[in-house]
Design a protein around this ligand. Structure first.
Ligand SMILES: Nc1ncnc2c1ncn2[C@@H]1O[C@H](COP(=O)(O)OP(=O)(O)O)[C@@H](O)[C@H]1O
Ligand SMILES: [Mg+2]
Length: 334
């Protein structure tokens, strides 16, 4: 059986005054039906642009320069806008860090939800209204009938995000892309929304790509993790494997910088340095300036992703991958 989503060699670039920004620079991964993939990496690593590319939301002068995005076996790259409008919101949906990217500030919530319902379902006005109230209730909004009459600004940040989630899930999409939807919220609200989406996803058997800069957010949520650095996936695999046996020095660094890895009162470890801007041609490994394992070869030769274990679903792109760490006997280094 083929995967629900297959992303292969995806490259997305933006012309800027500083040169061509290779925001996504050859990303490949798959997501199965009902699977939760955590897409993790520091700010600027290309996570959002990957999400936008999958959703067909890259606007000119930005463009998908290469690669393929197959959803249920169908190529999405280059699909006309008309075809996209039939898919987006019905089969695939996205939620954003800022729920106001989904919501219109000048329209009442009921107007917006009913419109989103009618975009893909031919139901009566009465049924649409009922459906809208059910949708709000399903994401834990109290008194949904009353709240339907409100405007987005009359909701708290957390409740506004719940409304955006309700809209995204109206038509039970097969894939939800969640781009740091809880990052701007209080920790307790974050947790509530996280577990609510997780429960709904399980009930609907919906696949989720959960994008975050925070490895601890996806550790309890994702079946698999893909770690991004400078526009590439540097490591991927089952969550438990990646977290207990990281094979890429960057993943190891991310793990060491988690608060849970530190004793209270101890200084938080951080990977020294900052992620590079991916402008111009790539020479060598993008992580090498910050890597404690780096050698001459790393500055000269771009490491390609090598697969090992799990029928090829565990991968690492590093010349000196921590294979003892990953306990990979059959590993072959690029
Ligand atoms: N519209 C754009 N124009 C130019 N550069 C962009 C644009 N969108 C994103 N980028 C650049 O692409 C890189 C990846 O961005 P992004 O996907 O937003 O990172 P992340 O979501 O991982 O924080 C960054 O260097 C960012 O500055
Ligand atoms: Mg982002």
């Amino acid at each position: 059986m083929s995967a629900l989503l297959e992303v292969n060699g995806l490259k997305t670039e933006f012309p800027t005054k500083r040169g061509l920004v290779h925001a996504v620079d050859g990303v490949s991964f798959t997501v199965d039906e009902g699977e939760v993939l955590g897409l993790v990496g520091e700010s600027g690593s290309g996570k959002s642009v990957t999400g936008y590319s999958i959703m067909g939301l890259i606007d000119a002068p930005g463009r998908i320069a290469a690669g393929s995005v197959k959803f249920q076996g169908r190529e999405l790259v280059g699909l006309p806008g008309r075809d996209w409008r039939a898919i987006r919101g019905r089969d695939v949906a996205m939620i954003f860090q800022d729920p106001m990217l989904t919501l219109n500030p000048v329209l009442r919530v009921d107007t917006q939800i009913v419109e989103a319902i009618h975009a893909h379902a031919d139901v009566s006005a009465a049924r649409a209204r009922e459906w809208a109230a059910e949708a709000l209730a399903s994401v834990g909004i109290p008194s949904p009938e009353d709240r339907l009459k409100a405007y987005p600004h009359q909701f708290s940040g957390g409740m506004r995000q719940r409304v955006a989630i309700a809209i995204a899930l109206l038509h039970k999409p097969r894939l939800l892309i969640a781009d740091e939807p809880t990052t701007a919220l209080d920790v307790t609200i974050q947790g509530q929304i996280l577990s609510q989406v997780q429960t709904l996803a399980r009930e609907m058997k919906m696949a989720v790509i959960w994008i975050t800069h925070d490895l601890s957010v996806v550790s309890g949520l994702a079946d698999r993790i893909a770690v991004m650095y400078a526009g590439r996936v540097v490591e991927s695999g089952a969550t438990s494997e990646v977290l207990t046996h990281p094979a890429h020095p960057y993943t190891l660094g991310l793990l060491h910088s988690l608060p849970s890895q530190n004793r209270p009162g101890e200084r938080l470890l951080q990977i020294p340095g900052a992620p590079p801007q991916t402008v111009g041609a790539r020479v060598g490994c993008a992580f090498v300036p910050r890597c404690t394992y780096g050698k001459a070869r790393c500055t000269a030769e771009v490491p390609t992703a090598t697969t090992f274990h799990e029928g090829g679903r565990r991968s690492v792109a590093c010349h000196f991958a921590l294979m003892n760490n990953a306990a990979a006997t059959e590993a072959t280094h690029g």
